[in-house]
Design a protein around this ligand. Sequence first.
Ligand code: NAP
Length: 499
Amino acid sequence: MDPQSSTSAARQGQAIPVTVIPGDGVGPEIVRSAMRIIEAAGVPIAWEEAEAGAEIFRRGDSSGVPQATRDSIERTRVVLKGPLETPVGFGEKSANVTLRKLFETYANVRPARELPGVPTRYSGEGVDMIIVRENIEDLYAGIEHMQTPDVGQGLKIITRKGSEKIIRYAFELARREGRSKVTCATKANIMKLTEGLFKRVFEEMAPEYPEIQAEHLIIDNVAHQMAKNPTQFDIIVTTNLNGDIISDLASGLVGGLGFASSGNYGDGIAIFEAVHGSAPKYAGKDVINPTALILSSVMMLRHLGQVEAAAAIEDAVLCTLEEGRAVTQDLARQTGGDVEHAASTTGFTDQVIANLGRHPTSVPVRVHASDLDLAPRPGWSYGPERYTAMKRDLVGVDVMIETDLPVDELGDDLGRLAGDALQLVMVESRGTKVYPSIGLATDHVRWYRGRFVAREGRTVSEGDLVGLLGRIAARHRWTEVLRLQSFDGEPAYTKAQGE
Ligand code: NAP
């Protein structure tokens, strides 16, 4: 298998193999539209049609992505895909998330640029930003447990490697596209060890790109600033959940879901799709706006090195929107236009094809580079070497406990169970210390965390932890144990509120 088959075919001028997944609902209509336009632009693509989504779930494959589709993607390494429905009630995972995870497409890239003929509150200001969202980690790792029948817990996973990859991607994208600023958006003020790690990696990497202005803003302020003054942003790099929310916000600034394109990039692999879903109520009616998927296919062509064809198609779309002769229903509704005589999906596509070779007059031309060479290079450190020398010490343990006991009784009992090496320093409820009491009126929820640390002058052994857990288990229902460690003498855990 040639891991770069699509990109190497593109380089050698052969037909480029691309996996195309028509998808569910309106998917086949918008995918057909993009394929027709690419063909009209003269790009030789060898489409490999593959299935995923609702029909696959119905056939009993709970991943929604059959092996034949996985094999095709392994071969081509480039996918153009329609939206995939996640049926409710079959117990499945989202086929979209499965695809992203299977092929480790860690960078979700969503441009949001003012479009001619698409009026918004910000028209005329020139909004032109790209949201670069980490696509694998964070709460989307999907590691969730019910700790008790009435307490759910989800683990937020942020790794240095994952952060380095996406932040590197954002800076390289800025450099390649001639962008001047990268804003890192996190909640590092609250989540110091997860969002904080992402921010620290950003600050470490920024000096490698001295020509690019690097700034950090708290994510809630980013949302506020995007609504107030969106043109201050150029590229925003952020963690998965933050990115999910602000990339939709960014789409809203420039006309909404009918226009929002995206690419999911991994190392030597990429999946291009519209941001919107399968819009089932419009399926088969030839009325949906195909712009989002057409612009996603423009991103795909750039990825394949087809920079001229990409520019020609993008220009043709911008011309079509600018001249306003073929206006789809959604836009007609938005602008108070003639919805009854709005352009069909096919009619809009025909007009884009007719406009190939023309250039828009009301928007500045943005020159894009091909993104063929964004694979990791020597010197880009994704390796764990720097941590192997770190000194690690076991300094205590947190034990989660479900109980109906009054908190003082629980705290007194845990204190007695602590043993010779460990001492109980606090009990907390949902992150706030409740024992010894600090006089706050916390609403207790029958689920507590007891924190045990080494007694003065003592070291903690594995045996101390096992012994403690045995004593606690004999008297209480424990649900989870978390080791307290220090790395090079620095505590590798946070304190509770009030600790
Ligand atoms: P949706 O399919 O995005 O549609 C919601 C609404 O957005 C539509 O009813 C329509 O609004 C508008 N819209 C969406 N695409 C449009 C377009 N191309 N042109 C014009 N308007 C458009 O969201 P949903 O109804 O929540 O989700 C339906 C299914 O899609 C679900 O099964 C969901 O899981 C799946 N989904 C898949 C993906 C993906 O594959 N990446 C993404 C999101 C959702 P009006 O009703 O106002 O006309």
